[in-house]
Design a protein. Structure first.
Length: 256
């Protein structure tokens, strides 16, 4: 599963406001799709560093539902956990531990999505790994990292293990916890999260019916995963544009 360069990738030509809008859209879509745990959700995006200054990132203020997030309410935070633009606001500490570590050590981590969706939490509690049971799931074959649960991520020492377990992959199942995806852009991280979550649902629903599902050969699974790669950039772009149209229909004024 390859990473991409798109017009949505954070760079000097992409404005702070556009990244705010993209991130707000990701929160709103998470709400629409039910990938939420009340106010305990976090998605972040890297902002390009100003002249002579390190990169910072945007994350949600503490206490807001995903459906309430707007571009203006997002907080700009540095990797030390200091809120730069709205110092009277706070954010979820566990979000800082998970996101800052990956942003700092993965230069291609433009956006990180983490949630406690029901399907993701169920699969995270299973001993077996995510099964590549359908064409959709096969995109993730041998391309999902796993991180063992060691308590709520409040200790910065935990971040080293998260980064180590993720490696250069873009998707992670955090055992007994939830899902995490990394993209060079918000649209890419969203794409991975949508299909990773859907793959979890397929896994759960299939195993409700049988404990002996039909599984293609390793050769077919790897071949199928590789078949996705040439279409990845176009697919990400089409899915994201369709999701923005959906938001405009179902949540008019979401980016006001």
């Amino acid at each position: 599963m390859t990473s991409i360069q798109t017009s949505n990738t954070p760079d000097t030509a992409t404005t702070n406001q556009e990244l705010r809008r993209q991130l707000a859209a990701a929160y709103r879509l998470s709400g629409l799709f039910g990938w939420t745990d009340m106010v305990f959700n976090h998605i972040s995006v890297r902002l390009p560093g100003r002249q002579g200054q390190p990169d910072t990132y945007l994350i949600n203020p503490e206490g807001y539902l995903s459906e309430e997030i707007t571009p203006a309410c997002l907080l700009e935070v540095d990797v030390q956990g200091n809120v730069i633009d709205q110092p009277d606001q706070s954010f979820i500490p566990a979000g800082f531990v998970i996101h800052s570590a990956i942003h700092t050590r993965r230069p291609n981590a433009g956006c990180i999505m983490h949630n406690h969706s029901m399907a993701g939490m169920v699969v995270s509690a299973l001993k077996e790994k995510l099964l590549p049971l359908t064409q959709i799931s096969m995109e993730f074959h041998n391309r999902v990292a796993y991180h063992d649960f060691g308590g709520i991520e409040l200790d910065m020492d935990v971040s080293d293990k998260i980064v180590q377990d993720l490696g250069e992959l873009n998707c992670m199942i955090m055992r007994n916890h939830g899902l995490l995806t990394v993209g060079q852009s918000v649209p890419e991280a969203f794409y991975y999260m949508h299909y990773l979550h859907q793959s979890c649902e397929i896994h759960i629903n299939t195993m409700k019916i049988t404990d002996d599902p039909l599984m293609p050969s390793e050769k077919v699974l790897e071949h199928t995963a590789r078949q996705y790669e040439p279409f990845h950039e176009k697919d990400v772009r089409m899915v994201w544009n369709a999701m923005l149209r959906k938001l405009n229909r179902e949540m008019p004024g979401w980016d006001s």
